[in-house]
Design a protein around this ligand. Structure first.
Ligand code: GLN
Length: 196
């Protein structure tokens, strides 16, 4: 609908994973996973409401992995601040929008991810995190696993089938985070893991 969906398609293509765009609820059919890209949540919310996508995405999340980056992660949270706004409530976390300041204070940082992410050619090297008017994850529920932190705050988290990151792995050549998500999708489809 909006945001950097193209960059995500390219990141998946680099891994040889096919993808297609979803703008309507019926287009979720047949998919094994969903990525909610970065962009502007206020615009996303307008489209999601107009297209009646809130409930279909929630239902999709019951049995399929979803990965949200930045704005996508804000949509997945169950509490949003600055200002309060509705969200899908897929991950038990509180996020504060635009917490690193405006566009000017967007930055590229490096972080050490959880060993679980350390697969493929980039394993063991620092992970670049591109932050663009990013939210801060202020707190997470006990069922949420933190896979990476920056300055002490979680920046990549997982709850069951849901993965949410406040940075943009689709904007770097590093494929680790997308590979991790594709692995979640593959194991879910083969019935190895359940939702919790
Ligand atoms: N600032 C945006 C929002 O709050 C998110 C920015 C992004 O996705 N890069 O909706």
């Amino acid at each position: 609908m909006q945001g950097d969906f193209q960059a995500h398609s390219q990141a998946l293509a680099r891994l040889g994973v096919p993808s297609r765009l979803v703008k309507k609820a019926t287009e979720l059919e047949g998919l094994s996973g969903l990525i909610l890209p970065g962009g502007e949540t206020t615009t996303f919310l307008k489209f999601l409401q107009e297209e009646g996508l809130f409930e279909p995405i929630r239902q999709f999340a019951d049995a399929h992995p979803i990965f949200g980056t930045c704005a996508g992660a804000i949509l997945m949270a169950d509490q949003v601040e600055n200002p309060f706004q509705p969200s899908l409530g897929l991950v038990r976390m509180t996020v504060r929008r635009n917490a690193y300041g405006r566009q000017l204070s967007s930055s590229i940082r490096t972080l050490d991810p959880d060993p679980e992410l350390e697969t493929g050619p980039e394993a063991g090297t620092p992970l670049e995190a591109v932050l663009i008017r990013a939210p801060v994850i202020l707190q997470v529920g006990s069922e949420v696993r933190v896979l990476a932190r920056l300055d002490g705050n979680p920046v990549l988290v997982r709850q069951g089938l849901q993965l949410a990151g406040t940075f943009h792995p689709e904007l770097t050549a590093d494929t680790r985070v997308h590979r991790y998500f594709c692995q979640m999708v593959a194991t879910t489809n083969s019935g190895v893991v359940s939702r919790k």
